[in-house]
Design a protein around this ligand. Structure first.
Ligand SMILES: NC(=O)c1ccc[n+]([C@@H]2O[C@H](COP(=O)([O-])OP(=O)(O)OC[C@H]3O[C@@H](n4cnc5c(N)ncnc54)[C@H](OP(=O)(O)O)[C@@H]3O)[C@@H](O)[C@H]2O)c1
Length: 432
């Protein structure tokens, strides 16, 4: 016998994700009811343009006059926000829905990374669930894993490949030996990159995701400052080839760790040994790795975005709400979430890959080594590749470990020299 109450759902936003979710819930309704032992209905939907042609026809009676009605009508139990954006309608809808005692499911990492703390406190006060599994790593159930499966653990570090678009670009630059621009065009044609892929390429998307993951892994409030943020825009195909020749792959990672009681969050490309598990996560795949006690190292890998994987995560959230039980959005109650001070990476130690395209003349190498030694950076390996027919060369240096601030200072000083033909490259080497 199913529990008597029927749960009414409103889906707001019927774009890439919303329409896929709607169609999945319609097709799999019976199965979902069976699995959760409770009946539900998609009572209402909303989108910006009611007359837009969509993949599936939606009965007229389901359309709300205005998206905000989803947060106000008495006969709605769960609001699913799939509009996106950290401000405007998405923010208004989620805040109003929770204030009015409705459960909320969202895939909106921008909103959660910005307002997650205040929203979760509000949800706690209003005794409703706020679920956002789809906001991080698409189909990979990392949030529920942190909140439930790994509850016994004390996390030390959480990191991963968290953006499918940038991973697709880096791994195809490597596989096809073509440049960034050509792969980006290909990714756009295949639908792996949006027409405006800025937040994927400049690391902003990963930053939101790592902020949410840190908060769940370390039971702390969302930390918004001192985050090192670098995207993949400056990676050249020659860097990928050089890395390959040296035994590395270039990957874009988001990483969060506790060091001396402080939280370090960083997003940047890095060289990783080819044998590492994370080096072999290619294409649009994502991977998240948690290091903690007593589990040790735990890896989750899968499709990080797209309608299918995102729908999988959303349905998991909807089922969690249908089954009942109140859960704290960030695993523990507001009172038990900690304030952890952030720490920037200036004193963190990295070995690094440096590439200097220089005029090939006497004295250049000694000038370079002088700048390095002035900044306490010692050379582990140096390769000089002359450019055929030109009086110039590419110098590749693998440095021993040095402080991040010294590496950055060194690069800035090198860039001021006339013998540098193109802005020097600096990519950290990561032992993960
Ligand atoms: N795409 C992915 O692979 C993916 C993966 C994980 C998470 N997400 C997240 O999922 C969310 C939705 O992404 P998406 O790719 O589906 O976006 P999308 O294709 O741009 O769809 C956005 C939807 O919101 C509707 N909308 C915009 N403003 C509105 C308003 N004022 N009132 C009512 N509806 C409004 C649009 O209506 P119209 O259709 O009428 O224009 C559209 O249906 C975002 O938070 C995104 O970050 C996406």
């Amino acid at each position: 016998m199913y529990r008597n109450k029927k749960i009414n759902i409103a889906i707001v936003g019927l774009g890439n994700i919303g329409i896929n979710l709607y169609s999945h819930l319609i097709k799999n309704k019976k199965n979902i009811i069976k699995k959760n032992n409770i009946n539900f209905d998609i009572k209402y939907v909303s989108a910006k343009n009611k007359n837009k042609k969509r993949k599936i026809k939606i009965p007229k009676k389901k359309w709300l006059k205005n998206y905000l009605q989803a947060a106000k009508l008495k006969d709605i139990d769960i609001v699913i926000e799939l509009m996106g954006g950290s401000q405007g309608p998405a923010k208004k809808l989620v805040f109003t829905a929770i204030k009015n005692g409705k459960h909320v499911v969202t895939a909106n990492k921008a909103l959660i990374s910005k307002y997650g703390d205040i929203l979760s406190l509000l949800a706690e006060k209003k005794k409703v669930n706020l679920e956002f599994e789809a906001a991080v790593a698409g189909g990979i159930p990392i949030i529920r894993t942190l909140k439930e499966g790994l509850i016994a653990n004390k996390a030390q570090r959480i990191y991963g490949i968290l953006n499918g678009t940038s991973n697709y670009i880096l791994s195809n630059m490597d596989k096809l030996k073509i440049d960034f621009k050509s792969v980006l065009e290909k990714a756009k044609k295949l639908g792996y990159a949006e027409s405006n892929p800025n937040s994927d390429l400049n690391g902003e998307d990963v930053k939101s995701k790592i902020q949410i993951l840190s908060s769940l892994a370390f039971n702390c409030f969302i930390n918004k400052s001192k985050i090192n943020l670098e995207g993949i825009n400056n990676i050249d195909d020659i860097d990928i080839i050089n890395a390959d020749n040296l035994g590395y792959k270039i990957k874009h990672i988001g990483l969060s760790e506790i060091e001396n009681g402080k939280l370090i969050q960083r997003v940047h490309p890095c060289l990783i040994k080819k044998e590492s598990q994370i080096s072999n996560v290619n294409g649009v795949l994502n991977a998240v790795i948690i290091e903690g006690k007593p589990i040790g190292k735990f890896v989750l890998k899968g499709e990080g975005a797209g309608p299918g994987p995102t729908t999988s995560a959303l349905v998991s959230d909807i089922c969690s709400v249908l089954r009942g039980n109140l859960k704290f959005p960030f695993s523990v109650s507001h009172a038990n979430r900690k304030k952890i001070a952030p720490l920037d990476i200036s004193n963190k130690i990295f070995s690094s890959y440096l590439r200097l395209d220089v005029i090939d003349k006497k004295g250049v190498l000694s000038s370079i080594t002088k700048v390095l030694s002035k900044n306490k950076i010692s050379i582990k390996r140096l390769i000089q590749n002359p450019f055929k027919g030109k009086k110039s060369a590419s110098i590749i240096i693998i440095s021993h470990k040095a402080k991040n601030k010294n590496l950055v200072k060194c690069i800035n000083q090198l860039n001021r020299n006339n013998f540098i033909l193109k802005k020097a490259k600096f990519i950290r080497i990561e032992e993960i």
